[in-house]
Ligand binder design. Structure first.
Ligand code: KG4
Ligand code: ZN
Length: 341
């Protein structure tokens, strides 16, 4: 089955062609980062308008790259939520219109299920069951995964998502959006031990997270540095390192707890923050001690992309699922409500 996947939940227009027999044939992405950077974050209306502008040229590009005719496409998959409603509607309308015109089915995909299944596109995909750590700009969740659509939420962030905490901490130090990669880059030159940030909610049982206090801690530390007349560039690097270490250690502690609680020893990490090198290394060390394995997607499939939507949609289409003609998207959508296949 050849599936054209469209991703438009936030500030990335992603398009990909996935074939159930031959794998990923082509994928293309247009990132709106430059468009939103001047505002320090995503402006929803600008995001929607830009998706409209980019979508059809990207679809043409992907079809050309895969040397594929529209008539070969068996189905469409699009992100139906969670995300920015206006942005989601662009992908949903486009997918439903093409599906109607081509006489093929279309399926709405849950964005976080897309992230969760992205490591399946790699050479050594994880086997069910496993624990998944989903860490993106909007979500931080630990999930027990027994199969596609068999999700048990083990814990989640009570306030900011991990990616959001990276973005906010970067912004308060005057760094560019998105802050995750900026902080990661600066942290490489940070002096270990100059600042020590708390590890929120690790001193009590449970698998929930809270990251908003770290941003406040970063703000206070940054203000103290500005009030003294030290080197502010070095202060940024040292805060970036201390902040990243706190997030990474907190996530590692909770993942270890989730693996112990479930008795599983395979961990999947997915979502934008799973591109973070320090996080990957820390989890790899922990899993090596537990004689388990950690799985993640290549960096460009950790952040938003069309390939994960084409893949996840293909699995659901193969199981016989598809939408009717109504164009439905959801800003909020609990992943546990998805049907099992
Ligand atoms: O999954 P994603 O592309 O979009 C959402 O679904 O939210 O995740 C974006 C988030 C942003 O907050 C970004 O700062 C963060 O992922 N991110 C990173 C890194 N690359 C992206 N955070 C830490 N380290 C990175 N290398
Ligand atoms: Zn995402």
């Amino acid at each position: 089955m050849l599936v054209l996947g469209l991703e438009t939940s936030c500030d990335e227009t992603g398009v990909a062609l996935f074939d159930s027999e031959r794998g990923l044939l082509a994928d293309a992405l247009f990132s709106q980062i430059d468009l939103h950077r001047v505002y320090g974050g995503v402006v929803p209306e600008l995001a929607s308008r830009d998706h409209v502008k980019r979508m059809l040229p990207l679809i043409r590009q992907v079809l050309d790259e895969a040397q594929c005719q529209a008539s070969n496409i068996d189905a469409l998959a699009y992100t139906a939520g969670p995300g920015l409603v206006g942005a989601l509607l662009v992908g949903a309308s486009c997918a439903q219109a093409l599906a109607f015109a081509w006489g093929v089915p279309a399926v709405g995909v849950h964005h976080m299920e897309g992230h969760l299944l992205a490591p399946m596109l790699e050479e050594q995909p994880p086997q069910f069951p496993f624990v998944a750590l989903l860490v993106s700009g909007g979500h931080t969740q630990l999930v027990r995964v027994d199969g596609i659509g068999q999700y048990q939420l083990l814990g989640e962030s009570l306030d900011d998502a991990a990616g959001e905490a990276f973005d906010k901490t970067a912004k308060l130090m005057g760094l560019n959006y998105p802050g995750g990669p900026e902080i990661a880059k600066l942290a490489e030159q940070g002096a270990p031990g100059r600042f020590v940030f708390p590890r929120p909610m690790t001193d009590r049982p449970g698998l929930d997270f809270s990251f908003s206090g770290l941003k406040t801690f970063a703000l206070n530390t940054w203000q103290q540095c500005r009030d003294s007349d030290g080197d502010l560039d070095q202060a940024r690097r040292d805060i970036a390192l201390a902040f990243q270490q706190a997030v990474v250690e907190t996530l590692t502690i909770k993942c270890k707890r989730a693996l112990k609680q479930t008795g599983l020893n395979n961990l999947v990490i997915a979502g934008g923050v799973s591109a973070n090198k320090a996080l990957r290394e820390s989890l790899e060390r922990m899993l090596a001690e537990m004689r388990g394995q950690v799985f993640y997607a290549r960096p460009q499939f950790c952040t938003d992309n069309g390939a994960m939507i084409a893949y996840a949609g293909c699995q659901r289409l193969l199981a016989g699922q598809h939408e009717d003609l109504a164009i439905k998207v959801q800003a909020r959508w609990p992943m546990e409500s998805l049907p099992a296949i």
